[in-house]
Design a protein around this ligand. Structure first.
Ligand code: FE
Length: 298
């Protein structure tokens, strides 16, 4: 009798210490739109349905094999007060800025640009045909970092570790860590996690997530069941999933392979004043950003 009691006490203690797996708190449909000089893309964060997810301000998915959908690119435009993260799946984009920096973003590469006090740059396709696809994520900077000097982390595909997990899963660790493997991005205040997970058919993936960090997942190939067993939601391309509170993430592929992004970051919980390419804390700082841009001070 005493033993049974001890066992059940141990069982319930174990159940309580089991980190809670996040459910999909909401699913938002992406908005087909165009940006730059007419590049067609799907906006997943930064829409009326999902205006932001502190610290994430915007997520665009672009992907087309029709040059008309991307050839005009993103000619010169400014940024101040946040970071842009471009992850190329296919194609080539040439980046140039007004400080003399230039870089080629090739398939599998990541450009993590901390705009800080400001840059003016262009992002133009360096191809006239073929597939161009990838993602651009905007991550807010805290007030203390909004006016730092701009910084680039141009990460070639070979620098991004790929962890092969049981069952043939492949996990690209772009930022943050998976099972002790650290991604190449030097983290800032938002301590970002950015994984691209390839699941063969019938695979089960799980990882820990910091409690209290905002997190989303985007299934960009196939479909996957997100959440703890019995409380899963199926996600497929075109819809972004916002994860509820908890400390674990679980995803299962069905009868076909799937591929998903898992992104998390510490919320800043600061006031946001944003307009177009400027994201500050107050309206006065926003006006200053436009004044500085107009006067050529970016
Ligand atoms: Fe840009």
């Amino acid at each position: 009798m005493a033993k049974t009691k001890a066992n059940s006490a141990a069982t319930s203690a174990a159940a309580q210490s089991q980190p809670e797996t996040r459910v999909l708190a909401r699913v938002a449909t992406g908005l087909p739109t165009s940006d730059g000089a007419g590049v067609k893309l799907t906006r997943l964060i930064g829409t009326p349905a999902l205006p932001d997810l502190d610290p994430f301000l915007m997520l665009d998915a672009f992907g087309s094999d029709d040059p008309k959908a991307y050839i005009a690119g993103f000619p010169d435009h400014p940024h101040r007060g946040f970071e842009t993260v471009t992850y190329m799946l296919a194609g080539r984009l040439r980046h140039r800025d007004n400080k003399g920096n230039s870089g080629l973003l090739e398939a599998g590469s990541v450009q993590w640009m901390t705009a800080g006090r400001g840059i003016v740059h262009s992002e133009m396709p360096e191809q006239e045909q073929g597939l161009m696809s990838g993602f651009q994520l905007w991550i807010n900077l805290p007030a203390k970092d909004k006016m730092i000097e701009p910084r680039y982390q141009d990460i070639a595909p070979g620098r991004i570790p790929v962890v092969t997990a049981p069952g043939g899963m492949k996990i690209k660790v772009i930022a943050g860590a998976f099972e002790g493997t650290q991604g190449p991005v030097v983290p800032g205040s938002t301590a970002p996690l950015y994984l691209d997970v390839a699941l063969p058919a019938g695979a089960f993936f799980e990882t820990s997530l910091p409690a209290g960090h905002s997190a989303f997942t985007y299934v960009h190939e196939g479909k996957a069941e997100i959440g703890p067993e019995g409380r899963t939601t199926i996600l497929a391309p075109g819809k972004i999933g916002v994860l509820g509170p908890g400390e674990r993430f679980q995803a299962r592929s069905t009868g076909t392979p799937a591929r998903l992004l898992l992104v998390a970051g510490r919320p800043l919980k600061e006031p946001v004043a944003k307009y177009g390419p400027f994201v500050m804390n107050t309206q006065a700082e926003l006006y200053q950003a436009f004044a500085d841009y107009d006067a050529g001070r970016l």
